[in-house]
Ligand binder design. Sequence first.
Ligand SMILES: [Zn+2]
Length: 149
Amino acid sequence: MPWTSEPAPAAVAAALPPIGTALARGAMGRCPVCGQGKLFNGYLRLVDECSQCHTPLGRIRADDAPPYFTILIVGHVLVPIVFVVERAWHPPMWVHMAVWLPLFAILSALFLRPVKGAVVAWMMRLGLTGTEQGAQIPTPPTRTVPRDA
Ligand SMILES: [Zn+2]
């Protein structure tokens, strides 16, 4: 099946916040559109739709991107430390395995959720909103501002 994507329509793009704001909201586990509703239902499962702005978030498929970026980030943080420790103290291999493997696993588990939230926000900004399979393009509702404040 050919893979295509279309840029977000003007109505969707206008309702979305700037990319930095959307990424931060996603990384904090909040709806990238409104920043109020929860993004996750559990550890990594996305909610079907935002409880505040009703943006359909559940059909956005991040697939392998969050684990890829998590491994990239955690690897770049820990591998230099591993090399420094090896060069400075030459610990036996069992010490490396006992220290680094659990540390890699723990850090990856801690980073995976915020990275997935940021990836979902990034995908929304790119227009990859789950419409590639023929579903309707979700249009987040626009905010209503009170007239007299
Ligand atoms: Zn929302």
